[in-house]
Design a binder for this molecule. Structure first.
Ligand SMILES: *Cc1c(COP(=O)(O)O)cnc(C)c1O
Length: 411
């Protein structure tokens, strides 16, 4: 390939911000109603968070949706709403975002790490291996646009009476067997942080079909309160308890709502370019695509392929980079056992630690050598992001560069 090509801009929802977001934000500002529960007319609370919740419920096929301040807040709330706490264990894929581990620790429960399979999502077989009488829940992460294998996961979970939380932060609008992610488990969370397929800078959702969980989530997000807006959705049944404060603002909801309304357009663009890229690349020497539990349901914004070794993956990345191809993963996900908070095993207060009694630390189950498959898979992949601003030409260049780089590797 000849002259270096300029790289197309990355970004999904963040690269699609336009007149729609502007109009809804201006509407909030002009009314001067920035707080969801009351504004100028006490009898008529402002509409943005409530509308976002209603449209997200319809779009993701989950009846009860609550706007909160972040995906991490949503995880902490969903776990606590499900009754997860001290003495419990939660199965979490070893390859996952920081908060999938820390949110469990902050409930007082112990995260139990499990291997991922080649889809880079929780291996369903791990549930039988990792479940104990203390296991209370499974946190399923739909990694970078694609579903975990939900059917065997739900089967294994329900046989054992375990609660399933779907983390859809990286896969809103993706599906499994034709049904939206988030509609399969007992609860789901979404994030609107800057890097996600739809964004408001920050923000998140808790979604559930369980009324008790919904009421508990509202109370956890609003200082234990349960206001009239929610009473209209379902009357209070629980005694009040002390909650935190993670309420979503009207401004966040205005941006998130505009983004939700363009989510399918962004997804369809990514899917079309993904299909084009894979078709144009054809079969490649020493390189195989990430197998997915449901390829048709993939959002399609990041393609993963495995090289034959970690060294081969590094060489491949160097060659692609020289051709002007983005080839680093676009998420902060990495194995939990390599993170500082796992290596230290510390919590804010020692009495809150779910790791007490597991000496010496790091104990078995929290060390790299306990996860040979996750280690192998996550050191051998090359990640190829697709963005909202990518064109057919951009993708053709990636495919051609991939063919060149993999054949050079063979020579
Ligand atoms: C981003 C992310 C979160 C947390 O979302 P924030 O809004 O950044 O707190 C949780 N889980 C996964 C898988 C994520 O990618």
């Amino acid at each position: 390939m000849s002259s270096p090509r300029s790289r197309p801009p990355l970004g999904l929802g963040s690269a699609a911000i336009g007149a729609e977001e502007e109009a809804l934000v201006l509407d909030v500002l002009r009314r001067g109603e920035l707080f969801r529960y009351y504004g100028n007319d006490p009898a008529n609370p402002p509409p943005m968070v409530a509308t976002l919740e209603r449209e997200a419920a319809a779009r993701f096929s989950v009846p009860y949706v609550l706007g909160v301040t972040s995906g991490t807040a949503a995880l902490e709330i969903a776990l606590a709403a499900a009754g997860v706490g001290p003495g419990d264990e939660v199965i979490v894929p070893a390859w996952s975002w920081i908060s999938c581990f820390t949110a469990v620790v902050r409930t007082g429960a112990r995260p139990v790490l499990a291997e991922v399979d080649a889809s880079l999502c929780l291996d369903p077989q791990e549930i039988a291996r990792k479940a104990t009488p203390r296991t209370r829940a499974i946190l399923v992460v739909h990694y970078q646009g694609a579903a975990a294998d939900l059917e065997p996961i739900l089967h294994a979970a329900h046989r054992r009476g375990l609660f399933v939380i779907e983390d859809c932060a990286e896969a809103p609008g993706a599906t499994y067997r034709g049904r939206p992610l988030g509609s399969w488990g007992d609860a789901a969370i979404y994030s609107f942080q800057h890097n996600k397929p739809m964004t408001a800078g920050e923000g998140g959702l808790v979604a559930t079909r369980d009324l008790r969980l919904y009421e508990r989530a509202v109370r956890l997000s609003d200082l234990g309160q349960y206001r009239p807006h929610h009473t209209q959705i379902t009357p209070a049944r629980e005694a009040a308890f002390a909650g935190g404060q993670s309420r979503m603002s009207e401004l966040t909801a205005a941006v998130a709502l505009a983004q939700l309304r363009k989510l399918d357009r962004i997804r369809d663009h990514c899917r079309r370019l993904k299909t084009r890229l894979v078709t144009k690349a054809g079969s490649l020497d020493g390189f195989s695509w990430r197998p997915l539990a449901d390829p048709d349901g993939d959002f399609g914004f990041e393609l993963y392929g495995y090289a034959s070794s970690a060294a081969a993956a590094t060489h491949l990345r160097e060659r692609l980079d020289a051709e002007g191809v983005w080839c680093q993963k676009r998420t902060g996900t990495y194995p939990q056992y390599h993170r500082d908070y796992v290596k230290s095993g510390q919590t804010a207060h020692p009495a809150l630690s779910p790791f007490r009694g597991l000496a010496p630390w790091p104990a078995a189950g929290y060390r790299a050598e306990d996860f040979p498959r996750t280690e192998d898979l996550t050191t051998r992949f090359v990640a190829l992001p697709i963005g909202w601003r990518f064109t057919d030409d951009d993708v053709d260049h990636i495919a051609a560069s991939l063919r060149l780089a993999t054949s050079a590797a063979k020579a």
